[in-house]
Design a protein around this ligand. Structure first.
Ligand SMILES: Cc1ncc(COP(=O)(O)O)c(C=O)c1O
Length: 405
C-alpha cells in the first residue's frame, strides 16, 4: 500500500518551479473534478486549454486503453498505424501536407523554428536566420522558444540566449515592417495571445504579416498550441482569420490530456527536415496517436464547433451579467472558449486573488498575467455546469470585493 500524500509533500519533494493550488485533484468526469477530500469543482480551466472534451471522456478512455493493450512504444526507427492515421486526419483537415510529431507545445514550436532556420540556410544561405516574434508572446520553455517568447522575465536568467530573435509589437504591423528584411527566416505569432492576456490578433494584422513574409521569403509560423483544435470555434484559428501560415504548431487539446504536439507544414518546406536533422524519442508514439486521432474525430464536427460559439455566448452573457452587478472588468474578450476578463483599475494586478477565491467556491479558473482572469473550459461543457460554475465564480468575485473594501 502506498502512503497517502498531501499538498505539503509538493514543497518537500518537488523543485519549486510551480506553486500549485492548495487542494490536490483526485478524479474528474466531464467538467466536474473532485479533490482528495471529496469537494467538487466545476472546471473552467480545462488543464490550461487541454481537456477539450472534458475529463475521462468514454471514447478517449477506450481509444487509450485499447491501444495500451496493443502497442505502446517502438521509437522512431519504426512508424505505426495510429500516428499515420492522425497525420492523415490533420492533413485532410488543414492546409498541411506534412506533419512532425512531438510531445508538447514547446517542442512543436522548437521544430517550427528549427525548420524555418534550416529551410532558409538550405535555400538562401546562412545569412538568412532572423526570427521575428512579439512582445508578451508565449511559445514554451525550451531555450529557443522561451527566447522567442516576449516575456523577458521567463528568459533573462538563462542567458546567454539564442541570437537572432527580434520582438515587435503585437497588432502593430509597422513595428514588424521596421524589423523584417531579406535576412528574416520567419515570423512566429499566436493568432490569439493566450498567456499574454487572451488578446486576439486583428485580421488586418495577420493579413499584413502574410504579405510581409511573402515579400521577404520569410516563413509565417502560427503558434496554435492554445488556439487550435476547436478552441475558437474553428478547427484552427487561422481558418477563422482566413490567413494561411506556412507552418503551424499544435499541442494541448490535440491529446485531450495525453501529451502530444505536432508541427504542420507543406511538402516543400517539410523536406528541409531531412533524415537525421531533427527528432525525439517519444514523438509520434502509438498511444498519443490513438488518443489524438479520436480527439480529432470527435472535435472536427460541425455540431461541436458550432457548439463552441453557443457556449461562448453562455459565458459572455453570464460574465457580462456579473460585471453589470459588480463592476469588475473593463473588457471581456477572446474567441470561442478562450475568454479573458480584463480587471479594471480597482482590481488591477489581482487576477490571482480571483482564481484563489474561485477555487474556494468550487470553480477552477485560470489567469493570463496579473490582470486577466481566463476561461478555457471543455468544448462540450453542459449548460448546467456553466451556470453552476458562473454562480460560484460570482460568489468568488463578491468575496474578493469584500476583501478589497
Ligand atoms: C501559445 C502557446 N505556445 C506554446 C506553449 C507551450 O506548450 P507546452 O507547455 O505544451 O510546452 C503554450 C503553453 O501554454 C502556449 O499557450
Amino acid at each position: 500500500m502506498q502512503q497517502s500524500v498531501s499538498r505539503q509533500d509538493f514543497d518537500r519533494w518537488m523543485v519549486p518551479a510551480y506553486s500549485p493550488a492548495s487542494f490536490v485533484p483526485d478524479r474528474a468526469e466531464g467538467s466536474v473534478l473532485w479533490d482528495q477530500n471529496g469537494k467538487d469543482y466545476i472546471d473552467f480551466a480545462g488543464g490550461i486549454a487541454v481537456n477539450a472534451l472534458g475529463h475521462a471522456h468514454p471514447e478517449l478512455q477506450q481509444a487509450l486503453t485499447q491501444q495500451a493493450a496493443k502497442l505502446w512504444h517502438t521509437g522512431n526507427g519504426y512508424t505505426n498505424a495510429p500516428i499515420l492515421h492522425l497525420a492523415k486526419q490533420l492533413i485532410d483537415a488543414t492546409f498541411a501536407e506534412r506533419v512532425f510529431f512531438c510531445n508538447s507545445g514547446a517542442e512543436a514550436n522548437e521544430a517550427a523554428l528549427k525548420l524555418a532556420r534550416k529551410y532558409a540556410h538550405d535555400n538562401f544561405g546562412p545569412e538568412k536566420s532572423g526570427i521575428i516574434a512579439f512582445n508578451n508572446a508565449f511559445h514554451g520553455r525550451t531555450l529557443f522558444t522561451v527566447s522567442a517568447g516576449g516575456q523577458p522575465a521567463y528568459s533573462k536568467d538563462f542567458a546567454p540566449l539564442p541570437a537572432g530573435i527580434d520582438h515587435a509589437v503585437f497588432n502593430d504591423l509597422d513595428s514588424v515592417a521596421r524589423l523584417i528584411n531579406d535576412r528574416t527566416a520567419a515570423v512566429i505569432v499566436e493568432p490569439i495571445q493566450g498567456e499574454g492576456g487572451v488578446l486576439p490578433a486583428e485580421p488586418a494584422f495577420l493579413r499584413g504579416l502574410r504579405e510581409l513574409c511573402d515579400r521577404h521569403n520569410a516563413l509565417l509560423i502560427f503558434d496554435e498550441v492554445q488556439s487550435g483544435v476547436g478552441r475558437t470555434g474553428s478547427l484552427y484559428a487561422y481558418m477563422h482569420y482566413g490567413v494561411t501560415p506556412d507552418v503551424l504548431s499544435t499541442a494541448k487539446a490535440l491529446g485531450g490530456g495525453f501529451p502530444i504536439g505536432a508541427m504542420l507544414t507543406t511538402e516543400k518546406l517539410g523536406a528541409a527536415l531531412n533524415v537525421g536533422s531533427h527528432g525525439t524519442t517519444y514523438g509520434g508514439n502509438p498511444l498519443a496517436g490513438a488518443v489524438g486521432g479520436k480527439v480529432m474525430e470527435l472535435i472536427n464536427r460541425p455540431e461541436v464547433l458550432e457548439g463552441v460559439q453557443l457556449r461562448h455566448r453562455w459565458f459572455t452573457d453570464g460574465l457580462n451579467a456579473i460585471n453589470q452587478r459588480l463592476h469588475l472588468f473593463k473588457e471581456i474578450r477572446g474567441l470561442g472558449l478562450l475568454i479573458g476578463c480584463v480587471l479594471n483599475e480597482d482590481f488591477s494586478g489581482k487576477a490571482k486573488q480571483f482564481s484563489l477565491a474561485a477555487a474556494q467556491q468550487g470553480v477552477m479558473v485560470l489567469i493570463a498575467g496579473a490582470n486577466v482572469v481566463r476561461f478555457a473550459p471543455s468544448l462540450i461543457i453542459s449548460e448546467q455546469d456553466v451556470e453552476t460554475g458562473l454562480a460560484r465564480f460570482e460568489r468568488a468575485c463578491e468575496s474578493v470585493i469584500k476583501g478589497a473594501s
